[in-house]
Design a protein around this ligand. Structure first.
Ligand code: ADP
Ligand code: MG
Length: 257
């Protein structure tokens, strides 16, 4: 199991798709309250690793522990209920909803759809209060990401960068302990990129744990205190920015791209 202070442990993870081995044998852990980076050349297995952790894929072999508990093979909602969430792109059917509606939808599964709500009318007042709390939380979170002025706009009308901020904001509605970010800065302009990274740092300072996948090595080097490098489905190297920058195996892996 996972020692205290280490929320996530991935042990001998393997994922095959038909004849393709996307993740061969990956083992690493992520410290509580850290901003840890996961890098590697295209096809290294980063996204597949994320998806195995978040329950999107069932691993072929290996284990995923979160806060000491074996979460291997749980479904995404079950993993999210434990406090471990990954960002998701705004789905097509969400584009015709407003930004605020998107925010309200994120945690709704836990509240409005409970069986008890329909069976026990006495719960109705409680649910209304929860809805109000959710709405307040949605506004606060939109303000935090400085997209509250877009609350009434359709999600489909947002720029690429604004979408990324909304994706992050949505994830926070579920009150997570740990957030998995898969290339959250792809297609984001420098101003919004800076804003998003500042928010991640603030949330990390408040105790949230982040695992960040990013293709741009410089961003990872400048922002992550611990870096895991994947190559060909395995962990090639781990350490601080200086260790990674000077690691010949890492340089070779990237040159081979
Ligand atoms: P990364 O995110 O590091 O670029 P991925 O995890 O997306 O790498 O992919 C690792 C390897 O697994 C690649 O060779 C990719 O083509 C393959 N792969 C990923 N997902 C699938 C899938 N659903 N079906 C088949 N092959 C896949
Ligand atoms: Mg990827």
């Amino acid at each position: 199991s996972t020692p205290r202070g280490i929320p996530l442990r991935v042990q001998n993870l393997r994922k095959e798709f038909g004849g393709i081995t996307a993740v061969a044998d990956a083992s690493f852990h992520v410290e509580a309250g850290s901003l840890t980076g996961l890098i590697g050349p295209n096809g290294a297995g980063k996204s597949t690793t994320f998806n195995c952790i978040a329950g999107v894929h069932r691993p072929t072999a290996g284990k995923v522990y979160f806060q000491g508990e074996d979460i291997t093979g749980l479904r995404p909602e079950q993993v999210a209920n434990k406090g471990l969430v990954r960002t998701f792109q705004i789905a097509r059917e969400m584009e015709d909803m407003t930004v605020l509606e998107n925010m309200m939808l994120a945690p709704r599964g836990q509240v409005g759809e409970s069986l008890a709500y329909s069976v026990l009318p006495g719960l109705r007042d409680q649910v209304v209060t929860q809805e109000e709390d959710l709405r307040e939380r949605a506004w606060e979170t939109l303000e935090f990401f400085e997209i509250d002025h877009l609350a009434g706009d359709y999600a489909g009308s947002l720029s690429g960068g604004q979408r990324k901020l909304l994706e992050m904001a949505r994830v926070l509605m579920t009150d997570p302990e740990m957030v998995l970010l898969d290339e959250p800065l792809a297609g984001v302009n420098p101003t919004l990129e800076k804003k998003l990274l500042e928010r991640v740092h603030e949330l990390r300072d408040q105790g949230l744990t982040f695992l960040l996948v990013e293709h741009d090595m410089d961003i990872i080097m400048n922002h992550c205190e611990h870096i895991i490098v994947m190559h060909q489905g395995k962990v090639l190297a781990e350490g601080g920015a200086e260790d990674i920058r000077n690691d010949d195996r890492v340089i070779d892996a990237y040159l081979g791209e």
